[in-house]
Ligand binder design. Sequence first.
Ligand code: COI
Length: 354
Amino acid sequence: MELKIIESANKKAKPSGALGFGKYFTDHMFVMEYSDGKWHDARIQPYAPFSLDPSTAVFHYAQAIFEGTKAYKNKAGEVRLFRPRDNFLRLNDSGDRICIPPVDVDFVLDSLRKLVLMEKEWIPSDEGTALYIRPSIIATDNTLGVHAARNYIFFIILSPVGAYDAHGPEPVGLYVEQEYVRASKGGTGHHKVAGNYAASLKAGEKAVKMGYDQVMWLDAKEHKYVEEVGSMNIFFVIDGKAVTPMLGGSILPGVTRRSVIEFFKSEGIPVEERLVPIKEVIDGIVSGKCTEIFGTGTAAVISPVGKVCYGGKDYVVGGGKMGKLSKLAYDGITGIQTGRVPDRFGWVEKISEE
Ligand code: COI
């Protein structure tokens, strides 16, 4: 497929000061459409709203999927992508779960490279910043019948970002949710499906109202095992080992999660992917066996957890500060992403005009 490029005639001013997360968008976006059984009309065009009929399927039945990845620019001006292919492969996997047709991964990757290079002036280079990349697919049939749509829009928008949490890289507080659940086996929790996030909002608002940053989700059946956190996967350091809930069909297979596991193993740190009872975590914090907790995600990066609220009681972990393994993961992963640390895994793709 040919990629058409339509340059914007009205370039926006770049943001100054703290970027926050997902507040600013660049001058261009990638768009392509699906109809009559194929993707077509791929283009990089000026960033602009879509005009959609009120009957559009995605508004009613949430047939929508998305991804999150980042481009980094280091002080030398090098533009780097981190495992972007993994995100497009996961996008197709999510699409399969809710009947969205797959995209050609090589084609969209190539289009993404072109888009990011066009917008390279927007990539921030300060510590903790990046250009967040949000590919999404929405169903665009105009009908109220409940069925898999025949028409879709795929788009990629770009946003210069800083820390995901409003208070920056400081340790976050998590509220262990014991009433609502995020996902059950056989559902869509294993996929990056927009509806998963709608289902999480009520508990998220409750947690924030109570003074916590995000929800720690337990399994839907027994409310006994930790699954993941609002916008990230979760790791515990228990008896010196990095322990993370195993992927059992209701947990998102995070790219950062996988990277931390591979990175720790290569550093000789024992990693366990297994069921993690919340009781083990709480008892471990009390006894001193659980010394650190941190979240992982593209948006969240490596996010230290300072306290956990369970059963109405707060448990402070690691003195409320970032621990040793959390810092090792942060330095290792962000170091590889930005080029401070050599990429011995082949995760980074440097992109340039030539
Ligand atoms: C990401 O980390 O990229 C996410 O998609 C999480 C969240 C912002 C929805």
